[in-house]
Design a protein around this ligand. Structure first.
Ligand code: ZN
Length: 135
């Protein structure tokens, strides 16, 4: 028994002179779901490998940080430093840069972990002062 939605598709296609709509079988749906699960697992593994290779900093207090750039407005994509400075930003949803730089009200925010090592002199000086190291 076709569902009301299948009947609607059938009637719409028939009114346009198109061949009848054939809904995917359970086997086809399962295949699609398996392919999607495999794609998501591939992305997860790729992300894990990226994070393992990206620089990570131990802050000396048990916390960790990553190298990140500060993005500016969407209009130009980069902050005043033109996105060339990589700060040491604590991991977590509300991570802050060690040097204290903050995003502006119209900023896009932090880029997320980068494969480039931190280059902000203030962040690196504070990291040294805290007894932190790159790990
Ligand atoms: Zn910094």
């Amino acid at each position: 028994m076709p569902s009301p939605l299948d009947m609607l598709f059938h009637n719409m296609r028939a009114s346009l002179g198109l061949p009848s709509y054939v809904p995917p079988t359970d086997e086809e749906k399962g295949e699609t779901a398996r392919a999607e699960a495999a794609r998501i697992e591939g992305l997860r593994l790729e992300r894990e490998a990226f994070l393992a290779a990206a620089p990570r900093y131990a802050l000396g207090d048990g916390g960790f940080a990553r190298s990140e750039r500060l993005m500016g407005r969407c209009a130009n994509g980069n902050e005043a430093d033109r996105g060339r400075v990589f700060h040491v930003v604590a991991e977590g949803p509300d991570g802050k840069a060690l040097c204290g730089v903050k995003e502006g009200t119209r900023s896009v925010g932090w880029t997320g972990p980068s494969e480039e090592p931190a280059s902000c002199p203030k962040c690196l000086a504070r990291l040294t002062k805290l007894g932190g190291t790159q790990c």
